[in-house]
Design a binder for this molecule. Structure first.
Ligand code: ARG
Length: 432
C-alpha cells in the first residue's frame, strides 16, 4: 500500500487540517475493498456513459472517462496498480488513478453520485457474480450426490435417531435426503439473487439528485432487473448481505451435517466408509492414523460463516436510517463467507466421489439387529392388533431376546407364539 499526503485534500474546501495518520489507517478500507475494483470501474463507466447521454457532461468527456477507466481496469487486472491507504477506499483510489490517467476531466466522474450509492452498487455487482458461481458449485455438488445415489442401489444400512440404530434405510435415500436439502439451498440462493438484482445508483448520498440522470438506463446497462426506487433504502440497507449470509449459513449447516456423518462412518467402530488417501491425512506421531481432515474442516468452517452472519446482523440492528460508516464493516464478513463457501463446495464433490462406501459392513449392521422392530410391529398391526398392544408385544420380545442372548432370527416358533400368534410368520417375512 502506497502512502501519500494527497489523501487529506480529497474532501475539498471544508477542512483545514489533514487527517491524523492513525485516523487514516483506522478509516481506510482499501486493504479489503480492493476486491471491488472491477465492479467499481464497470459501474463508473456506465455512469459516465449515462452522464454523456443525458448531456450532463459532453459526449467527448464521457468517452475520455470511459476509455481512461478501461486502461485502469487493464492495469488493475494485471496487478500493475498500487493502491493507497491515504485514498481510503477503492472508490477514491480509482478516481485518483483516473485523474492521473486523463487529467481534470476525471473530476466530472462523480457528478450525480455519492460513494454511498457507489458502494451499494459495487457490493451488489460483486455478490451477484459470486452467487452465480456458487450456484454452479452447488449444482455440481448435487450432481455428485446423484452419482452416488445411482451407484449404490438397494443397499440397506441402519438409519439412526439419537445416534442409536433406529430403522433400516436405503443408502440411495440417505443421498436423496442431502439432494433435497441442497436443492432447496439452490432455490434459496436464486431467491437471494433475484431480490438483490436491482440497481441503487442514482440514489446519491440518500436523497437522489436534481440533475437529469437516467437511472433506468444505468440499471439496464449493468444488467439489473430495475432500479431500487426508494433512494434512502438504496443506500441504507444491506439486507441482501444478511440474506446471503443466512442462506450461506444454511448451506454450511448441510455440508457440515454430511461431513459429520462421514467422520463418524469413517471411524473404525462404524467402518461404513473408507477415506481415499488423496483426501485424508496422517498423524505426525501415530503411524496408524488416517484422519478425515477435509470433512472436519468443512464442519469447522461453519463457525466463521455463522460468526459472519451474527456480525452483520449486529452491525445493522441499531443503525439510524441512511448511510453510516458502520456499513463499511459489511465487506470482510461477506468476502470471507464467499471465499469459505466456495472453497467448501469446490472440495465437496471430489471428496464425495472419492469415498468408498463399505456396503457389506452397512448391510451386515442391519442383520440380527433390533432395527426391524418397527416393521414387526406394523406386521402385527396389519393383522389388526391395536398399535399400542403391538408396541408392547414387540418391546417384550426384545427384552426376552436381550435376556436370552437371542435375536429375531434365532427365535423359534414356540417362543414367538408365547408373545403373539402372528409373530413367527412376521419374522419370516423380514427381508434381511
Ligand atoms: N468505504 C465506504 C464503505 O465501504 C464507502 C462509502 C463511504 N461513504 C461515506 N459517506 N463515507 O462503506
Amino acid at each position: 500500500m502506497n502512502s501519500n499526503s494527497k489523501g487529506s485534500n480529497i474532501w475539498g474546501g471544508r477542512f483545514t487540517k489533514s487527517l491524523d495518520p492513525l485516523a487514516v489507517t483506522f478509516n481506510a478500507s482499501i486493504s479489503f475493498d480492493y476486491k471491488l475494483a472491477y465492479y467499481d470501474i464497470w459501474g463508473s463507466q456506465i455512469h459516465a456513459e449515462m452522464l454523456g447521454k443525458q448531456e450532463i457532461i459532453t459526449k467527448k468527456e464521457a468517452e475520455q472517462l470511459i476509455s481512461g477507466l478501461e486502461k485502469i481496469k487493464n492495469k488493475v487486472m494485471h496487478g500493475e496498480v498500487i493502491f493507497s491507504n491515504d485514498l481510503e477506499d477503492i472508490h477514491m483510489n480509482i478516481e485518483n488513478l483516473l485523474l492521473n490517467e486523463v487529467g481534470d476531466v476525471a473530476k466530472k466522474l462523480h457528478t450525480a453520485r455519492s460513494r454511498n450509492d457507489q458502494v451499494a452498487l459495487d457490493l451488489r455487482l460483486y455478490l451477484r457474480a459470486e452467487i452465480k458461481e456458487i450456484l454452479l458449485l452447488l449444482e455440481n455438488s448435487i450432481r455428485s450426490l446423484k452419482f452416488c445415489q445411482q451407484k449404490y442401489v438397494d443397499i440397506l444400512l441402519p438409519g439412526y435417531t439419537h445416534l442409536q440404530r433406529a430403522q433400516p434405510i436405503k443408502l440411495e435415500n440417505y443421498f436423496g435426503a442431502y439432494i433435497s436439502m441442497f436443492s432447496r439451498d439452490l432455490t434459496r440462493l436464486e431467491d437471494c439473487l433475484n431480490r438483490l438484482n436491482f440497481c441503487p445508483l442514482g440514489a446519491g448520498a440518500l436523497a437522489g439528485t436534481d440533475l437529469p440522470i437516467d437511472r433506468a438506463y444505468v440499471a439496464e446497462k449493468l444488467q439489473f432487473k430495475g432500479t431500487i426506487e426508494n433512494t434512502i433504502d438504496a443506500v441504507s440497507d444491506r439486507d441482501f448481505v444478511m440474506e446471503f449470509l443466512s442462506v450461506s449459513s444454511i448451506i454450511m449447516t448441510h455440508l457440515s451435517r454430511f461431513s459429520e456423518d462421514i467422520i463418524i462412518w469413517a471411524s473404525e467402530e462404524f467402518s461404513f466408509v473408507k477415506l481415499d488417501d488423496a483426501f485424508a491425512t496422517g498423524s505426525s506421531l501415530m503411524p496408524n492414523k488416517k484422519n478425515p481432515d477435509i470433512p472436519e474442516l468443512i464442519r469447522g468452517k461453519c463457525g466463521r460463516v455463522f460468526g459472519n452472519l451474527v456480525g452483520i446482523l449486529s452491525v445493522m440492528k441499531a443503525l439510524p436510517l441512511g448511510y453510516n460508516k458502520d456499513l463499511q464493516e459489511d465487506k470482510e464478513s461477506l468476502f470471507d463467507t464467499v471465499d469459505t463457501i466456495k472453497s467448501c463446495l469446490q472440495i465437496f464433490s471430489p471428496f464425495l466421489t472419492s469415498l468408498s462406501f463399505q456396503v457389506e459392513n452397512m448391510q451386515n449392521a442391519t442383520k440380527n439387529s433390533f432395527i426391524w422392530a418397527t416393521k414387526l410391529l406394523e406386521e402385527l398391526v396389519k393383522n389388526k392388533v391395536p398399535f399400542r398392544d403391538a408396541h408392547e408385544c414387540i418391546g417384550k420380545i426384545i427384552l426376552y431376546c436381550i435376556e436370552s442372548n437371542k435375536n429375531f432370527s434365532t427365535l423359534n416358533k414356540k417362543e414367538c407364539d408365547l408373545f403373539s400368534p402372528y409373530l413367527y410368520s412376521s419374522i419370516l417375512k423380514l427381508s434381511y
